[in-house]
Design a protein around this ligand. Structure first.
Ligand code: LLP
Length: 429
């Protein structure tokens, strides 16, 4: 669900016209709907109400401080992957004690910073990291709270670049050896075992891989609770969203033909399948959703600059590029493209919508049948709230776009458009 809808001949975010935002702020601009974020958080939190749980928002999906602050007000905890993300949470008024720190390559500086601030736990991803955290904590005269990430070797059936729970992925410790690692960790002087963690992948559109992974790992969690008194089991993030309303599945490649009954993945389905397996554990259950909370809560607006009819194709060239939204280039990600004004009935056109960046991969769709739009018209790329602005770069010396948060009838700039002087600020001539 989301609160983007057409009325008064324009696409609106809640009560604010996106055309007005484009006219005031220019394009490209990301626009988020505060109430969509709140609603998603609440839906997931409510669905898990029958068990002791915490929703730890995955900051990487959208780390704008205003977004973090909104989720902090909702009572969210935070799943972070860098010292930088911890810094952002603190700036947003978040409590470090509600942060779990994941990631395979934490540096000494990051570990020290997190220990200084007193985070909830490190999600440890290798034995080498465990030893290092133990050493750093010892040097600081502290005890590091840790959970260890298990790689359950379950196929998440998602795009291979966002699949994390198979043995060939770099994440976590193999299921077969993790019990021994816990045993060794339990003897370390400067770490305290707090939990078990896993995350099998992102944009999962059926419940079945979650069910398989939780079923496989729950007995291990029970065992670890008994042996070492762990307090929580984090089952990661990964709940997929609907990018293409026509397909109701994100992408046809991700459709699980063996489990059509699981489609689409709702919080009710997720909760009703997993709670019966999780509840008997008597552990606090952590979730780490990113995309589910913010994905459909954001759009990127852009203007069509030119139309070019080539021999083989029609190209619509827009003022946003792969540097602003890289998902189509990197994961064959699908984003619905809609003109911001409806006008009368439109004919359709088969077109590639492309950006100005000097790369053939700089496209938002290829050979897609779209409502025809003209040079100068404004468009929205839907479902761009997660892994959109955060993955932006200044490639081709293109300033990072503006971000706006809409709450009811209020639109607030939450990140100003970068200037060329901002881009050059660290360069020494
Ligand atoms: N927990 C861990 C340990 C993760 O690695 C991730 C995402 C999450 C939670 C949140 O996953 P979510 O609920 O958002 O699926 N840039 C890619 C997605 C990368 C996901 C990385 N890890 C994309 O645009 O599709």
């Amino acid at each position: 669900m989301h609160y983007f809808s057409f009325h008064d001949n324009a696409l609106h975010a809640e009560q604010v016209s996106l055309v007005e935002i484009a006219e005031q702020q220019g394009t490209p601009t990301f626009v988020y709907s505060a109430n969509t974020i709140r609603e998603h958080y609440k839906r997931l939190d409510d669905a898990l109400a029958p068990i002791d749980h915490e929703v730890a928002y995955a900051v990487k999906a959208n780390s704008n401080v205003a977004v973090l602050s909104l989720l902090n007000e909702m009572g969210a905890s935070f799943d972070i992957v860098s010292g930088g993300e911890l810094y952002r949470v603190v700036k947003a008024g978040g409590d470090p004690a509600k942060c779990t720190f994941a990631g395979v390559g934490k540096t000494r500086e990051e570990i020290e910073y997190a220990l200084e601030l007193g985070i909830h736990a490190f999600n440890v991803e290798s034995e080498a990291e465990l030893n290092f955290i133990n050493k750093v904590a010892g040097e600081m005269g502290k005890t590091a709270p840790v959970s260890i990430r298990v790689n359950p070797n379950v196929d998440a059936k998602t795009h291979k670049y966002i699949s994390t729970g198979k043995s060939e992925n770099k994440f976590g410790i193999d299921f077969d050896v993790i019990a021994d690692v816990f045993e060794r960790a339990s003897k370390m002087e400067h770490v305290q075992l707090k939990g078990l963690q896993m995350h099998i992948g992102s944009q999962l559109t059926t419940v079945q891989p979650f069910r398989d992974a939780v079923t496989k790992v729950a007995p291990l969690a029970a065992d670890l609770k008994e042996k070492y008194g762990i307090e929580f089991f984090s089952i990661g993030g990964g709940i997929g969203i609907i990018y293409d309303p026509a397909l109701e599945s994100g992408s046809p490649d991700w459709w699980d033909a063996n489990h059509p009954e699981d489609m689409p993945l709702t919080t009710e389905k997720y909760a009703s399948e997993l709670i019966p397996i999780l509840k008997p554990l008597g552990l606090k259950i952590l979730l780490e959703p990113g995309r589910y909370i913010v994905g459909n809560a954001g759009v990127m607006i852009t203007r069509c600059l030119y139309e070019k009819r080539g021999k083989a194709k029609t190209f619509k060239i827009v003022d946003a590029g792969m540097n602003d939204l890289i998902r189509p280039a990197l994961y064959q990600g699908y984003h619905e493209i809609v003109p911001l004004t409806q006008g009368g009935p439109r004919s359709t056109v088969k077109t590639d919508v492309v950006g100005p960046v000097c790369e053939t991969g700089d496209f938002f769709c290829q050979d897609r049948e779209l409502p025809d739009f003209e040079e100068g018209e404004l468009l929205a790329l839907m479902s761009a709230g997660a892994y959109g602005a955060v993955m932006g770069s200044t490639y081709n010396s293109r300033p990072l776009p503006t971000e706006v948060l809409v709450d009811g009838d209020q639109a607030t700039v939450i990140r100003k458009r970068q200037t060329m002087d901002d881009i050059l600020a660290q360069e020494i001539f």
